[in-house]
Design a protein around this ligand. Structure first.
Ligand SMILES: O=P(O)(O)O[C@@H]1C[C@H](O)[C@@H](CO)O1
Ligand SMILES: Nc1nc2[nH]cnc2c(=O)[nH]1
Length: 357
């Protein structure tokens, strides 16, 4: 059962919670303890009411993640409260929202006059549980524009429903954001792609959507957008063209592509058969994010620019090579190596948006 109390705080009790919590991981294990009485701990630390008594080992962070995880929907008013908290707390009204992909959090480090909000201090906000996703929201100036950047996104495989994964996009909208910049780490399926390349997204294949999952599932609130939004032209062509031009100026045009991304649920990387199938469908790069954020952004009429950093090459033929196995350490290492170029691309594009507005 879920609901909001008069302060807009989450009040939840959900019998699935302990199962999710057991399976979930945390990026902070320092606080792990036997939570013999879930109700008592929750009431004590989070001031919420729960009918459940759960015996399990959970850190305080995991308990919070579990609580937020079990919220099904974010009504407009709750999103508005979160947006107000950010706008008032930063005294800034951002125009551009940035979501940093795995290992690409340094995009937010170039923001000046930054006001930093830790996710766990933002009311009703989920928490990041993945390495390479710091869990901070940074509001400040970048190339003359006020931006808000998420250092850490939420993934389906963390246990969050898609609507929750992309809820921050709606927060951005109600903060005043007009442009969404989404970045991700992805495996390159197109044989022409190399590790370290940047693929500007011009379309996607929504595999989770094929399976009947959408961030827009459930009652539609027309204050965000229409019940049946169209998704052709989701990726802003003008921004893609500007980015290609910037790529030339930076001398990285040979490492830049325009292609199709697909999001799978993860957390497993793909089998060879799956990669073959994706390639046949016209997919160039595969990851575990972004698509639901783009859908949510287009639903509320934001302009979208998104790119994938190719962190690994996906094998589409069977072999015994250990190299063919993707791993998150490699993903992070490549992202670290290429973060300078990614930051520069984003900064220059924002400069151009500012210059033409
Ligand atoms: O958040 P992104 O999409 O950049 O992260 C990708 C997908 C998984 O979270 C992780 C796998 O290595 O990288
Ligand atoms: N699904 C998926 N996500 C990734 N993120 C980075 N590399 C990959 C990959 O090969 N597959």
């Amino acid at each position: 059962m879920t609901g909001y109390n008069s302060n807009g705080d989450v009040a939840t009790s959900n019998a699935n919670g302990h199962q999710n919590g057991h399976n979930g991981s945390s990026n902070n294990n320092g606080n792990r303890q036997l939570t013999a009485d879930y109700t008592a701990q929750e009431n004590h630390t989070n001031n919420i009411n729960s009918q459940e008594k759960i015996q399990c080992y959970l850190s305080t962070e995991e308990l919070r993640a579990l609580r937020v995880m079990n919220e099904d929907t974010y009504p407009y008013e709750v999103i508005q409260e979160i947006a107000d908290f950010i706008v008032k707390g930063s005294n800034m009204r951002p125009k551009i929202g940035i979501i940093c992909g795995s290992g690409l959090g340094s995009l937010a480090d170039i923001i000046q006059d930054a006001k930093v909000f830790e996710y766990e201090k933002i009311p009703n906000f989920p928490v990041s549980t993945v390495e390479g996703h710091a869990g901070k929201l940074v509001v400040g100036n970048l190339e003359g524009a006020v931006v808000m950047a998420m250092q850490g996104r939420f993934h389906f495989y963390e246990g969050y429903p898609l609507a929750k994964c992309s809820m921050p996009v709606r927060v951005m909208k109600l903060c005043g954001v007009e442009y969404l910049f989404a970045t991700n780490a992805a495996g390159g399926i197109n044989p022409k792609y190399s590790v370290g390349d940047i693929m500007l997204m011009h379309d996607h294949v929504n595999m989770l959507g094929f399976a009947g999952n959408s961030p827009l599932q459930g009652p539609n609130d027309p204050r965000f957008g229409p019940r049946f939004p169209a998704l052709v032209n989701s990726y802003n062509k003008e921004l893609i063209n500007k980015a290609l031009e910037i790529g030339k100026q930076m001398g990285i045009e040979a490492n830049m592509h325009v292609g199709v991304y697909s999001c799978l649920g993860g957390p497993t990387y793909e089998t060879i058969a799956e990669l073959k199938a994706l390639r046949m469908m016209g997919v160039d790069a595969v990851g575990m994010s972004t698509v639901h954020e783009v859908i949510t952004a287009r639903h509320c009429d934001m302009k979208v620019f998104a790119f994938s950093l190719i962190t690994n090459k996906c094998a589409t033929e069977y072999s015994d090579k250990k190299d063919d196995e993707a791993n998150h350490d490699e993903v992070m290492a490549v992202a670290k190596n290429r973060q300078k170029a990614c930051c520069e691309l984003v900064a220059r594009l924002i400069r151009q948006i500012q210059a033409s507005s």
